[in-house]
Design a protein around this ligand. Structure first.
Ligand code: COA
Length: 257
């Protein structure tokens, strides 16, 4: 699989690009994806990233089964480490990630979407963690993130059956934030990204970190972290600009400083 980065500053589109294999994720593709995520993380001109799949059938139909079939346990461990590193890089990136799920998001594809901050779906989206149907458990975080996104009992049912669910069910259980006609999905994702990108970039970054720290380490640790980042924000020009703009009844011009 290859990865395309389309820059539309302050937004970047990160496109999983192997439509003839429904954007199935192989080792080379995962490495390219990790490199692209790290490159964007270091780029202050990019404030929001939209992750999507090339073609009109898939976000990503999962890890490449052709590559996985003959793996030894040691190779499987390395493959899981790489897939988990990609998901972790999305979660720890300074920018919010919006998954624009335009078709199948199965197995590793669903796990990538789960690592994103927000998931939007087209009416054609199909989600599943079908690993058990292949005789394996999830390896890139599905058993951990799915029960953190949807109710644990619902997650367990999906993880144990591997069944497919469509966009409307995904919306009902809270797996996605919204469902749009396929032709509108990317435009709606861009609108949402622009709305986020108009806010103070340091504030958005600190908020993303605080949410993650609290979800991972619990309420007390999250509150302690929130106090620290709140105080830190008062060292920035953006805090003064945002509040002055409010008092002067004008739009703020955030510079990310
Ligand atoms: N790994 C490798 N190749 C994959 C793939 C995957 N995860 N998912 C799809 N492909 C390939 C197919 O083998 C096929 O290749 P071919 O044209 O050389 O035969 C091509 O992509 C198109 O897929 P196809 O199965 O013909 O399309 P479909 O419309 O009949 O079915 C799916 C679509 C998504 C339901 C089906 O491809 C599928 O179940 N894929 C595997 C999903 C999965 O289990 N993922 C989790 C892996 S842990």
């Amino acid at each position: 699989m290859s990865v395309r980065v389309e820059r539309e500053e302050p937004i970047a589109l990160l496109v999983l690009d192997r439509p003839e294999r429904l954007n199935a994720l192989d080792t080379a593709g995962l490495r390219a994806l990790l490199e692209a995520i790290r490159g964007l993380a270091a780029d202050e001109s990019i404030r929001v990233v939209i992750l999507t799949g090339a073609g009109d059938r898939a976000f990503a139909a999962g890890a490449d089964i052709g590559e996985m079939v003959a793996k030894s346990p040691g190779e499987a461990l390395a493959f899981a480490e790489l897939g988990q590193a990609v998901c972790r890089a999305i979660e720890e990136a300074p920018q919010p990630y919006i998954a624009a799920v335009n078709g199948y998001a199965l197995g590793g594809g669903c796990e990538l979407a789960l690592a994103c901050d927000i998931r939007l779906a087209s009416e054609r989206a199909v989600f599943a963690q079908p690993e058990v149907t292949l005789g394996i458990p999830p390896g890139w975080g599905g058993s951990q993130r799915l029960p953190r996104v949807v109710p644990p009992g619902v997650a367990r049912e999906l993880l144990y059956t591997g069944r497919h669910l469509g966009a409307e069910e995904a919306l009902r259980i809270g797996l996605v934030n919204a469902v749009y006609p396929a032709g509108e999905l990317l435009e709606r994702a861009r609108e949402l990204a622009q709305q986020i990108a108009a806010n103070g970039p340091i504030a958005v970054r600190l908020t993303k970190q605080a949410v993650r720290i609290g979800l991972e380490h619990g309420l007390a640790a999250g509150l302690a972290y929130e106090r620290q980042v709140f105080a830190h924000a008062f060292t920035t020009d953006d805090q003064r600009e945002g509040m002055r703009a409010f008092l002067e009844k004008r739009k703020p011009l955030f510079r990310g400083r």
